[in-house]
Ligand binder design. Structure first.
Ligand code: MG
Length: 408
């Protein structure tokens, strides 16, 4: 069996997804998501100019050797661009492998460990009252777990994950359009004074059963993160996400010494080498990698297995920039992983997206049920794809009130 061709498509409804289609001499094709948020065309070029010419003629069933070839074969290993490109290829090759076996992908990992996988939605509010309404909306929709992000009184701009506008809380997604980033102003003191009490009031209102998650989005220093974690301990959070910037694998030691709040981190990690010390030293409770960003199924499965040895559960990243192909790869891993924790889930919810990526995966009452179709269980409509073109986007940047650049 040989790979005969591969094509890259950039575009999608609202989000410029990078979709890879790998063709074989047996008529079976595989699909993968290689979208690197805000740098989409770079990954596409990396695939087209460097990786695809080396894929043609290879046996697509040799997923391990092809992964090693692209990872070790590049003198400068790793990094977000290369790993998202390798991730897209690897996902497409596993799609082919499972289609050849005529099995849903999770069967190749070891079958199902659960029927449905718990997900969490994003509740958001320009203020606490708005956020309470948003949480109530998600609870009414059947969600058992909700991430809560709140506007902070006195903060000069909206903080991470919240709208400036009152009432804008149903499936709110931050607008990243345009090549020039928006600027958010951040004030750690205001956040530290306000947010622990807001979380306590949310717990009081919604009772003990709701799983409450909160994302600090890398804004705190290690000592501040330890203080914050101590302050929110009575809230009994399901997790506290990205309390500190992720590069420093020692940063969470101080938090661990001062609190038992579960810590989730890793949505910007590209390889096992970004999180092996965090996992082995048991400094985290949930690993947040995404299949695309962390080099595909071959590599993420290795991370999941290492995590399992250290009581670390999965909580794969599920931002809107991951196409339904990446989310399908997560759904198959979530069905199998013995150390599954939770899945981030945003309702892409447009008929355009469903038309571009037809799929039988379904979400119901806060749980995702994996499709039993062979492979990833998601198709790609090239005629639909022709409707979309590339539009650049950018994450906001964060500054302190004196102008100092801070962590988004
Ligand atoms: Mg996050």
């Amino acid at each position: 069996m040989k790979i005969t061709d591969a094509k890259v498509f950039v575009g999608g409804p609202g989000k410029p997804y990078v979709t890879l289609k790998i063709m074989t001499d047996q008529g079976i094709y595989g699909l993968g998501d290689a979208t690197l948020k805000s740098r989409e065309t770079v990954t596409a070029t990396y695939l087209e100019n460097y990786l695809i010419p080396n894929l043609i003629g290879k046996d697509p069933r040799n997923t391990e050797d092809i992964w090693q070839f692209f990872y070790r074969g590049a003198y400068n290993r790793g990094g977000p661009i290369a790993m998202a490109a390798i991730g897209g290829i690897d996902m497409a090759l596993w799609d082919i492998k499972a289609k050849l076996a005529d099995l849903p992908l999770y069967q190749l990992f070891g079958g199902k460990s659960r029927e449905g996988a718990l997900v969490y939605g994003h509740a958001t509010g320009s203020d606490l009252e708005d956020l309470m309404d948003s949480i109530a909306y998600y609870v009414d929709e059947g969600y058992k777990a909700v991430r809560v992000q709140c506007g902070i009184p006195g903060m000069p701009t909206a903080s991470y994950g919240v709208s400036e506008k009152k009432g804008d809380f149903k499936n709110f997604i931050t607008d990243f359009s345009g090549i020039h980033p928006k600027v958010e102003i951040w004030d750690t003191d205001r956040y530290m004074r306000y947010m622990p009490d807001a979380l306590a009031r949310i717990r009081e209102r919604f009772g003990p059963d709701l799983k409450i998650l909160h994302d600090v989005h890398h804004r705190l220093l290690p000592r501040e993160a330890a203080e914050f974690a101590k302050a929110v301990e009575p809230v009994n959070l399901f997790w506290l996400e990205d309390p500190t910037p992720a590069e420093d694998q020692n940063a969470l030691k101080l938090m661990r010494q001062h609190s038992t709040v579960p810590i989730a981190i890793g949505e910007v990690f590209n390889s096992i080498w970004d999180c092996n010390k965090l996992i082995e030293n048991e400094l985290i409770d949930f690993i947040r990698v995404a299949v695309t960003y962390a080099g595909g199924i071959t590599h993420v499965k290795r991370i999941v297995d290492l995590a399992g040895l250290h009581h670390v559960r999965t909580g794969f990243h599920g931002a809107p920039s991951h196409s339904p192909l990446c989310m399908a790869a997560h759904a198959h891993l979530n069905a199998w992983a013995p150390n599954f924790g939770i899945q981030e889930y945003l309702v892409l919810g447009t008929s355009e997206c469903d038309a571009l990526f037809p799929s039988a995966h379904r979400m119901q009452n806060g749980m995702v049920y994996v499709s039993d179709a062979p492979g990833l269980g998601v198709d790609f409509d090239e005629k639909e794809a022709a409707r979309y073109s590339y539009k650049p986007g950018s994450h906001p940047v964060v500054r302190l009130e004196d102008g100092t650049l801070w962590n988004y």
